[in-house]
Design a binder for this molecule. Structure first.
Ligand code: GRF
Length: 201
């Protein structure tokens, strides 16, 4: 059975595009039922429009409190009846209510090999720490900051001459492979969460 995916994104949306491209290739048994964004200026909105994916704007700037925003986001998400919620460059910490509602059904892409370099500016953190290898992680979302069960990871070598931009660019190439792959595994019912461990059949 085809699964219903909703993507939540705040910015440029290259990961959203990678997911849509994979769906269009027919390699994932799923449809993208909506893009939800918290940012009215996000370029990802243009991408969704040109792919004829419905856009739902839950504009953070228009809410008087974080609680009200989270409530509206939860309502919007539930309305789309997703089997899977994909955070693809969502630049906020997801509220507890939403995390609880979609436990085991919400994944996130992070531009580092977690648990290293959680939070913002993961590529900058990697360069400051002068690691030789970094990469990206797709994980289920729980209450912790980028700390949920890991689905898959891909590595990227750090070069001496790298700056934040060159490193981010090379990590992004791997993100665009990792995220559709994790979504495919989920949609084929091949992932099982056992505590911290995600097993892949
Ligand atoms: C990606 O590096 C993602 O890992 C991080 O934010 C960036 C979003 O890029 N969470 P894009 O909007 O998908 O192009």
């Amino acid at each position: 059975m085809e699964k219903r995916i909703v993507v939540v994104a705040s910015g440029r949306g290259s990961n959203f595009q990678a997911v849509i491209n994979a769906l269009k290739r027919g390699t994932i048994p799923a449809i993208c039922v909506a893009l939800i964004t918290d940012n009215s200026k996000a370029y990802v909105i243009e991408r969704a429009k040109s792919e004829c994916i419905p856009v739902i704007l839950v504009d953070y700037a228009t809410f008087s409190s974080r609680e009200l925003y989270e409530q509206a986001l939860l309502t919007a998400l539930k309305k789309t009846q997703p089997d899977l919620v994909v955070l693809a460059g969502y630049m906020r910490i997801m509220g507890r209510g939403v995390v609880k509602e979609f436990s085991g059904r919400m994944m996130n892409i992070h531009p580092a090999l977690l648990p290293s370099f959680a939070g913002l500016h993961a590529q900058r953190q990697a360069l400051l720490h002068a690691v030789k290898v970094t990469g990206c992680t797709v994980h289920f979302v729980d209450d912790s900051l980028d700390g949920g069960p890991i689905i898959l990871q891909r590595c990227v070598r750090v070069m001496d001459e790298d700056d934040e931009d060159t490193l981010a660019e090379r990590i992004l190439i791997q993100e665009h492979i990792a995220l559709p792959e994790a979504i495919r595994l989920f949609c084929e019912d091949r992932l099982t969460i056992e505590g911290r461990k995600v097993r892949t059949r």
